[in-house]
Ligand binder design. Structure first.
Ligand code: NOJ
Length: 760
């Protein structure tokens, strides 16, 4: 067994472990210094010390307070009372941060109150939910995750930062790195899906993109990894609901993307609404103090979620708002979003000796550190001319289109219905989402505008040009609708060479507080699909979705399916690119699609049970549905075909601290150029705790011309092979491992290797 430290076990604990392992002949892997990104030079730290020495307790609590701004409702010529109060609070040094204040004009104005008229001139940090674009809206994060392409995802975050930064935002409440195994949860749309490995790679890419390596740049944002922690595991998929999980699962599934964000230099984290095993995440010493500060050495600051401090009263964890404030600050939440609990109560708590002023100072120091790193003390204003220049510029739209087409997953293409060939002279574009300009914006589109969106119909029309007639029928509403529309749409389909049916969810069917109890196509949309199918016209379904959906009938009966998510402003062109074959799809599902909501939670990296499902009676399955998913994690087709062969594992035996190389050949056996995402999975076959049947540990995009073959090679290190044992030590245990390289989590070619107890 080798102990490694993927989550940065504290140095002292590490020395103890090393000693134990040395005595038992087991090697230890040293930790690396944590969080070097949030280090200021001595001069900057001294400036913070000097500022702290001048601050009153009230001013300190002001820095720990965040208040909402007017959003889009600000009228500079006639500010209302609320706006005047906001300006007054900034001037009085009662606010360290404002959220929901957009645009260079408003943020500059508010900033001047802070910098030029408050007693100490400390700048305000403007934060906003820049989740998948600012004005140039990109695919929802779950859609972007389907690219399996960290460079593209980083690019998306860079564009978002460039636009938002020019408009005065300096802090984004993103990335949301919550792992989710339950598609009912509305916020699954905002994350990277079900897998901690993929989620970690994407978390780091988003942090790099938003922060651009230099949050002080005007076009960079301080990122915020949220929601710390385990918010994506609510019981029943119901938002804000109870989370109860083992510490092992917390550490292996839910924490790794946060660690990856911290390693990538994320400036802030947001605490979650939920409780974890009975202790609210907003006052949770295990996650906030022990893991985040002591194990990972995080030096940025933690903001609460919206009123999540005061909500600890409703949880039944605090007697009142004051008690909640004390519990949150002592656990390590530095800034209070919206509940004003800190500003109202912590002064009294300090006077009463319940909270030390040193605790307050530490929190203020962390906030001032991030303001310094964001360059706010040196350069607090933004240039309105730049805002106009960059927002929704052509270059940004081009980037959005590229990410959008890479996000599309080809789930089925029987009889090569797609791409649309030149013989198709008329297309019926059908469905309530076909010419919809709101749905593609998805959840959290901030200042995204429906008028910026190119609908699927518009994209298809433009691409079809004059050689192919494109006709349209809505058919039904997303919810509701009647037979008349459905009959008319089917009649239109019958009259055309081909039908494209665009169905799914509207933007407001996913996102915060938008969990669903069902995952089927809403309203009459399945009837619409069935009616078009009954015509016998060649057809494809384009699914617009904010979550994995149960589309079993469609999957069985419709020859071609594109899973297109909510794709953003360039939705139409991206869909047309794929439909007409100008772009060969390469997207892969970042989350399992169930056959029915009754299978949920369903995820690929489950354990085996003592009675794994077979056709036999007393095994772990359902009597009314197969146990397998509709589409597995990692799944997605291409207009060409790929073949995996020649898996080689070297060496076939390693010591406990050793690494192993796994390679395979990938060949394009079809007739078009295309990209495959080669995926590497492992299984630790026997261990002191049962291990998942498969775990993703690597992936690579391979671009192949027809007939071309390339090698893919992955290296597995102790960090990829270990797990948390019953003592919460991260260990690699001796024994046999299976390894697969393949096109998704259900297929692949297999090899084996041994970890011996002897050092190599
Ligand atoms: C509540 C959401 O949970 C969080 O993700 C968001 O950043 C804040 N509101 C601010 O809008």
């Amino acid at each position: 067994m080798v102990a490694v430290s993927p989550t940065g076990t504290s140095r002292r604990m590490w020395l103890v472990l090393s000693l134990v392992f040395c005595l038992t002949g087991i090697a230890a892997v040293p930790t690396r210094a944590a969080d070097p990104a949030i280090c200021l030079d001595a001069k900057a730290e001294q400036r913070i010390d000097a500022l702290l020495a001048k601050m009153t307790l009230e001013e300190k609590l002001g820095q720990l307070t965040q208040q909402t701004g007017p959003g889009e409702n600000y009228n500079p010529d006639a500010p209302n009372q609320k706006d005047r109060d906001l300006f007054g609070a900034v001037r009085a040094g009662k606010l360290g941060s404002v959220l929901n204040a957009h645009g260079a004009e408003l943020t500059n104005k508010l900033q001047s109150e802070a910098v030029e008229r408050s007693r100490l001139g400390i700048p305000v940090l403007f934060g906003n939910d820049v989740i998948h674009g600012y004005r140039t809206i990109f695919p929802i994060p779950l859609g972007e995750a389907a690219t399996w392409d960290p460079a593209l995802i980083e690019k998306s975050a860079i564009v978002a930062a460039t636009e938002a930064g020019a408009a005065g935002t300096r802090w984004t409440f993103a990335p949301m790195v919550d792992i989710c195994r339950d598609g009912r949860w509305g916020r699954v749309a905002e994350g990277a899906g079900e897998d901690p490995f993929l989620g970690s790679v994407i978390a780091a890419a988003r942090v790099r993109g938003f922060q651009k390596g230099n949050p002080a740049a005007h076009d960079a944002l301080v990122a915020c990894a949220k929601h710390f922690a385990a918010y994506g595991a609510p019981e029943g998929g119901r938002d804000y609901n109870t989370v109860d999980l083992s510490e092992q699962r917390l550490r292996e599934v839910y924490l790794p993307p946060f660690k990856a964000a911290v390693d990538a230099g994320v400036g802030t984290l947001m605490s979650a609404f939920n409780d974890i095993d009975g202790v609210p995440a907003t006052a949770n010493p295990l996650t906030l103090r022990h893991v985040l500060r002591e194990e990972w050495g995080f030096r940025g600051f933690v903001v609460s979620d919206w009123c999540s401090i005061t909500e600890m009263v409703a949880h039944g964890y605090a007697t009142d708002d004051g008690d909640a404030a004390v519990k949150a600050i002592l656990a390590g939440v530095d800034m209070d979003m919206s509940s004003f609990s800190y500003r109202t109560h912590l002064g009294d708590a300090v006077m009463a000796g319940i909270v030390s002023e040193q605790t307050i100072d530490e929190a203020v120091r962390r906030v001032l550190r991030i303001k310094t790193l964001a360059g706010l003390f040196d350069d607090p204003y933004v240039d309105p001319a730049l805002e106009k220049k960059v927002i929704l510029c052509d270059e940004n739209r081009r980037a959005a289109r590229d990410v959008a087409r890479h996000s599309i997953v080809l789930a089925k293409n029987e009889g090569a219905v797609l791409p649309i060939g030149e013989r198709v002279k008329s297309i019926a574009v059908i469905g309530p989402l076909a010419d919809n300009h709101e749905a593609p914006l998805g959840t959290w589109s901030l200042i995204g505008r429906s008028q910026d969106v190119i609908s699927a119909l518009e994209g298809i029309r433009k691409r079809a040009g004059s050689q192919c007639e494109v006709r349209y029928a809505k058919g039904c509403e997303v919810l509701g609708g009647d037979d008349k529309g459905i009959t008319g749409a089917a009649a239109l389909a019958k009259d055309c060479d081909m039908a494209i049916v665009v169905v799914g969810e509207s933007a407001d069917m996913s996102g915060e507080a938008h969990s669903r109890a069902g995952l089927d196509l809403p309203g009459r949309q399945l009837d619409l699909v069935k009616a078009v199918r009954a015509t016998g016209v060649p057809m494809a379904v384009v699914l617009m979705n904010g979550r994995p959906m149960s589309i079993s009938w469609t999957a069985e009966n419709v020859p071609a399916i594109l899973i297109a998510w909510h794709l953003g402003v360039e939705c139409g062109p991206a869909i047309a690119d794929v439909l007409f074959g100008d772009f060969n799809p390469s997207g892969k599902l970042p989350i399992t699609f169930p056959r029915s909501v009754g299978q949920v939670p369903i995820y690929y990296n489950h354990t085996n049970t003592g009675r794994p499902p077979t056709d036999k009676r007393y095994t772990s399955k359902y009597i009314d549905l197969p146990w397998t998913p509709l589409y597995p994690f990692g799944y997605g087709l291409s207009y060409t075909q790929f073949e995996f062969s020649d898996l080689v594992v070297t060496p076939q035996q390693i010591g406990p601290a050793g690494s192993v190389k796994v390679s395979a050949k990938v060949r394009n056996t079809g007739s078009r150029a295309g990209d495959e995402i080669a995926q590497l999975y492992i299984r630790d076959l026997v261990a002191s705790r049962v291990r998942p049947v498969k775990e993703l540990r690597g992936f690579q995009r391979v671009s192949l011309e027809p007939g071309e073959t390339k090698d893919v090679t992955f290296t597995l290190t102790p960090e990829s092979l270990g797990f948390y044992n019953s003592d919460m030590q991260f260990v690699v245990e001796p024994g046999e491992f299976a390894v697969w390289i393949g096109p998704n989590s259900a297929d692949g070619i297999e090899g084996r290797f041994q970890v011996s107890s002897e050092a190599d």
